[in-house]
Ligand binder design. Structure first.
Ligand code: SAM
Length: 214
């Protein structure tokens, strides 16, 4: 009950009041129990207006940024979406309420296992997980209607652009290690189009098409 009330407040104050209008996104935020995606000691802070640590020096993003990125993907019931950076699994769970299938990749084994167990426990049966370097995408399952990268990349990996369907959208933070621009990329018959959605700060995308480990 306590968390349901906190969740309703989060949706009102952090999501709707800041201009998120996509009904599917709002309903997903009303539904997904964010407190179950953080460690027990942090549950009471789960609906706050900030990111939280999830272990392994990684974070679950601030609710508003999750909402902004999800809305920017412009996906619906028929969509298939690829997420790079499963982390806690919260972003994938939000997407799973909206689209037909979510493919999510995580490169840190302990986070991958924890998220996989949580998806099973909460019956998110349309989430497919992979333990791998996601900067190369998931070629066998491509093309995707949406690709969301929840870690900061030095540049947009060509491999991911290749795996986006014509008519698809990608949302990805691009910049240096300290600050990035949130880029929305469209792919159509004429080519690639990019829109800058503003500044953001994410942990590093580490991998072949991202940053080196150190
Ligand atoms: N989407 C997550 C959530 O809802 O909790 C938050 C993701 S956290 C900000 C970034 C995640 O990206 C971390 O778990 C990190 O290990 C992962 N990551 C970084 N580089 C990656 C890569 N090349 N492939 C897959 N995951 C990666």
């Amino acid at each position: 009950m306590k968390y349901a009330r906190q969740r309703a407040e989060m949706v009102g104050r952090q999501i709707e009041a800041r201009g998120i209008t996509d009904v599917n996104v709002i309903q997903a935020f009303q539904k997904v129990p964010r407190h179950l995606f953080v460690n027990e000691a942090l549950m009471d802070q789960a609906y706050g207006d900030f990111p939280l640590p999830i272990g392994e020096k990684q974070t679950i993003s601030q609710p508003y940024i999750v909402a902004e990125m999800t809305q920017a993907l412009e996906v619906s019931k028929e969509s298939r979406v690829l997420e790079i950076g499963t982390g806690s699994g919260y972003q994938a769970a939000i997407l799973s309420e909206i689209v037909s299938r979510v493919y999510t990749i995580e490169r840190i084994h302990s986070l991958f296992i924890k998220a996989r167990k949580l998806f099973d426990k909460l019956h998110y049966h349309n989430i497919l997980t992979k333990y791998s370097d996601g900067s190369s995408g998931w070629k066998d399952e491509s093309p995707f209607d949406g690709i969301i990268v929840t870690a900061g990349a030095p540049e947009i990996p060509e491999s991911l652009i290749d795996q986006l369907s014509t008519g698809g959208r990608m949302v990805i933070p691009v910049g240096d290690q300290y600050s990035q621009k949130l880029i929305k990329l469209y792919k159509d018959e004429k080519g690639i189009h990019k829109v800058d959605l503003g500044g953001c700060r994410f942990v590093k995308l580490v991998g072949t098409h991202g940053w080196n480990e150190i």
